[in-house]
Design a protein around this ligand. Structure first.
Ligand SMILES: [Zn+2]
Length: 279
């Protein structure tokens, strides 16, 4: 073989490898991962720590298990302040987070790279500088999400969410809803949508957000966690918690908001199955 031919063969092989890596490697790797059986111990854990899992029909249980399998294989978990992240911690977080993409594409979480877990609510020291004025604040947080693909969670808050399906708060759903919101580049309370769905979302959510702020300004007891009134991004995250944790309440109070969320999540938590799956 001449040197020119050898070089051409090498170049073609290199290009083919690059094309495979860029366009097919991730799908191939995921397909291979999903061929592994889902461990029985993991299934038992989901049953006890992800209350909604027990209500899912068989095909959605399977969808959740597949997403959990990929999530645990691909995301980096880190324990903070001495917290030990064991398999149960990973499963609880993955099981709740993946409810958001149960009927959506797993790739919606491709940008999420790492999950940091603190044992309890943690202190964050923030320094803001405005010209000559430097402001320092010390906040206590239960969780946060960043546009750089990082989610931070306080484990005690996660345990509260895991223990009760009807608890109005679920920090895992909340922070991962922010991650979906970041998908179009900004956390503005509107995840990526198009066409008619985007128009309906914009109109419905803006009205509901203004109504909530109006109720609070008149000292009325709001239908939703008041934290949702701080900004549209928080409104979406708090609504997501309500959609999965208290769907009947949300649908009764705000049917149009429920409909918009149902369209986005492609799921109706009020009507998951005509034939409930065996427990
Ligand atoms: Zn938030």
């Amino acid at each position: 073989m001449s040197a020119a031919l050898t070089f051409a063969v090498f170049a073609v092989a290199l290009i083919a490898a690059a094309v495979f890596f860029l366009f097919f490697y991730q799908a191939w790797r995921r397909e291979r991962k999903l061929k592994e059986p889902f461990p029985k111990t993991w299934r038992r854990h989901l049953k006890s720590q992800v209350p909604l899992y027990r209500k899912l029909p068989r095909h959605l249980r399977q969808a959740l298990e597949q997403r959990v399998q990929l999530f645990i294989a691909e995301k980096e978990f880190y324990g903070c302040d001495g917290f030990e992240v064991d398999e149960g911690v990973k499963l609880t977080i993955a099981g709740h987070a993946c409810l958001l993409i149960l009927a959506r594409s797993y790739s919606d979480f491709d940008d999420v790279r790492s999950i940091l877990v603190y044992p309890d609510a943690y202190h964050v020291r923030d320094i803001e500088s405005d010209g000559m004025v430097v402001r320092e604040s010390n906040e206590i947080r239960a969780g946060e999400a960043s546009s750089r693909g990082q989610v931070v969670l306080a484990w005690k808050e996660c345990e509260l969410a895991a223990g009760n399906l009807h608890n109005s708060h679920n920090v895992i759903l909340h922070e991962f809803a922010h991650q979906l919101d970041y998908l179009d580049g900004t956390a503005d309370g509107a995840p990526p949508l198009s066409g008619e769905q985007a128009g309906h979302w914009q109109h419905t959510m803006t009205t509901a957000y203004e109504d909530l702020r109006h109720s609070l300004s008149h000292h009325h007891k709001p239908w939703l966690d008041p934290y949702g009134a701080t900004e549209p991004a928080e409104f979406f995250a708090v609504l997501t918690e309500a959609f999965f944790q208290q769907p009947d309440h949300l649908k009764h109070k705000q049917p149009e908001v429920y409909k918009a969320l149902q369209g986005y999540y492609r799921l109706d938590p009020m009507n998951l199955s005509d034939e409930p799956a065996r427990p």
